[in-house]
Design a protein around this ligand. Structure first.
Ligand SMILES: [Zn+2]
Length: 300
């Protein structure tokens, strides 16, 4: 049975309104909007046990027809990794070791190794992708607990399109800050932008805006050092993603009260109107990957 959330996972408020209801991959998906802080979260949603089965094998088979990596996905991940490394280079000097949670085929790890000479470790629950990464000579674990057991700390921890899949993002981030990240390390996070990305998928338990992501990071003890709302590698014009570089900070003793996000439903309607106009009127101009147009459909 799916699990119903009784209160907002960011601010704890008990009142929320239905923002969107749809079917995705033959399953009903309901997204709710917190009446106090403006966080968008899925409820009811899959349980931890359902998620484990789903990510071990089903997920890739459903979204791309088979479990193993396909050329189109690897190409997309390579373009994304190149952009992320460029983003890192502008802010970060030296790095020694990089932990990528949800590392997929391991392409970002390979790219940071080339760019910074880092030691790399990945965590990937999908078996076929994990084996692919290992086949490339990478150290890839099935679960974070195995990394934790080694006691190693990293000066870069990344979660690229992972946070929105986690049942309790603030708790996971706080755990990473306490156990895996060095005290002056960097956290790199990218999520879909709720105002322009479709986002309301069965696997997305949260749909963030720049503010709700910043507040979620704050709750977990991170301060944002740099943020880009951008569309690479999909689009130069449409900001599908929110990319954040954050650092650990001292936790405040005062009770956590996030700054609220306002007008979420209206801003999403405006974002979609903008996307509709751009993609219809200027289809060839705004997609960076115009040779592979299915990206455009899938990425929206
Ligand atoms: Zn809330």
């Amino acid at each position: 049975m799916p699990e119903e959330l009784r209160s907002c996972p960011l601010c704890g408020h008990e009142r929320s309104n239905t923002l969107d209801q749809r079917e995705h991959l033959g399953r009903p998906v309901t997204n709710r909007l917190c009446a106090r802080c403006g966080l968008v979260f899925q409820s009811p949603r899959m349980t931890a046990a359902e998620a484990q089965v789903h990510y071990a094998a089903e997920y890739r088979r459903i979204i791309q027809g088979r479990e193993a990596p396909i050329a189109k996905d690897l190409d997309f991940q390579t373009r994304r990794a190149d952009w992320l490394v460029g983003f890192l280079r502008r802010k970060v000097g030296r790095l020694e070791c990089h932990l990528d949670i949800g590392c997929s085929a391991g392409i970002l790890l390979q790219r940071t190794r080339e760019a910074f000479g880092v030691q790399t470790v990945g965590v990937e629950p999908g078996q076929a992708y994990r084996e692919y990464g290992r086949g490339q000579g990478l150290e890839v674990h099935a679960a974070l607990e195995t990394v934790e057991a080694t006691g190693q700390r990293f000066d870069l921890v990344s979660l690229i399109h992972v946070l929105e899949h986690l049942p309790d993002p603030a708790a996971t981030l706080a755990g990473l800050r306490q156990k895996q990240l060095t005290p002056d390390g960097w956290l790199l996070v990218e999520v879909p932008n709720v105002y322009i990305h479709t986002s309301f998928e069965y696997e997305h338990l949260f749909s963030f805006s720049r503010r709700t992501l910043t507040e979620m990071l704050g709750k977990a003890g991170f301060r944002v050092a740099a943020v880009r709302v951008q569309g690479r590698p999909l689009s130069q014009m449409l900001p599908f993603y929110i990319t954040v570089l954050a650092r650990p900070q001292k936790l405040s003793r005062r009770p956590f009260r996030p700054r609220p996000e306002r007008f979420v439903a209206g801003r999403r309607r405006l974002g979609w109107l903008f996307k509709k106009i751009v993609t219809r009127k200027l289809p060839r101009r705004w997609w960076l990957l115009m040779t592979i147009e299915s990206y455009a459909q899938e990425g929206q």
